[in-house]
Design a protein around this ligand. Structure first.
Ligand code: AP5
Length: 217
């Protein structure tokens, strides 16, 4: 199965994509994570993307499309995947359709929009942090570590916050979503693929709503 999770910054795409990978074996393909890995590794792509990402703007379509086109050919995508943060423009959505058609693997099965109010998005992003050793994500209010200051998964006491989670960059990211990404919704609605779930609910409840959409047949 090939699933797209759509939603504004902080809507919970990464949280739900990770769960779908763990519970359903759908490979999580997060373009944000791939770009952050490229930045950390200092690759040519990472050098091009770094400043753009920190400002909150979108990285160029051609760079992103080339990255995903290579990634979906990998064997770990053979059983299906969940796209988290891609596509983000109508051009990317069209390129995705074209690459899937070319690969002969069939098109996207479901597109799920996580609908969340802007004040809640800002609260979720402002409180987010991650373990700097194993990458496990936490939130100051919604997902705290069991022992204060210690990662539940690896015991590390070092944590990081994303540079693009600063208030100025968040405003730019929300604007990019409204102007460049939201137009994808009618694109998928017209193809009968789009379902919207209430992303304001708890992470467990959102997971339940997504499961219902995926099991609808
Ligand atoms: P990316 O990494 O994709 O960031 P984003 O879309 O802004 O999304 P986030 O990672 O901020 O949020 P999320 O929806 O995954 O929420 P999460 O689960 O973490 O992109 C970063 C940048 O890379 C872009 O700005 C752009 O520059 C570039 N880029 C990436 N893809 C691109 C593309 N295709 N084209 C061009 N450029 C691209 O949850 C957020 C927080 O809320 C967490 O703390 C979590 O614990 C908490 N939470 C989650 N669910 C709930 C819930 N239901 N209730 C309460 N709290 C919750």
């Amino acid at each position: 199965m090939k699933v797209v999770l759509l939603g504004p910054p902080g809507a919970g795409k990464g949280t739900q994509a990770k769960r779908l990978e763990e519970q359903r074996g759908l490979k999580q393909l997060s373009t944000g994570d791939m770009l952050r890995a490229a930045v950390a590794a200092g690759t040519a792509l990472g050098r091009q993307a770094k400043k753009v990402m920190e400002s909150g703007r979108l990285v160029r379509d051609d760079l992103i499309v080339a990255m995903i086109a290579e990634r979906i050919k990998e064997p770990d995508c053979a059983k299906g995947f969940v796209l988290d943060g891609f596509p983000r423009t109508v051009q990317q959505a069209e390129a995705l359709d074209a690459m899937l058609k070319e690969s002969g693997k069939g098109g996207i099965d479901r597109v799920i929009e996580l609908a969340v109010d802007e004040p809640a998005l800002i609260q979720r992003i402002a409180g987010r942090f991650a373990c700097s050793k194993c990458g496990t994500g936490y939130h100051d209010k919604f997902k705290q570590t069991k022992t204060a200051g210690v990662c539940d998964c690896c015991g590390s006491t070092e944590f990081v916050r994303r540079p693009d989670d600063r208030a100025e960059a968040v405003a730019v990211r929300l604007e990019a979503y409204r102007k460049q990404t939201a137009p994808i919704l009618p694109y998928y609605r017209a193809r009968g693929l789009l379902k919207t779930v209430d992303g304001m609910a708890s992470a467990e409840d959102v997971a339940h709503q997504i499961d219902q959409v995926l099991d609808e047949g």
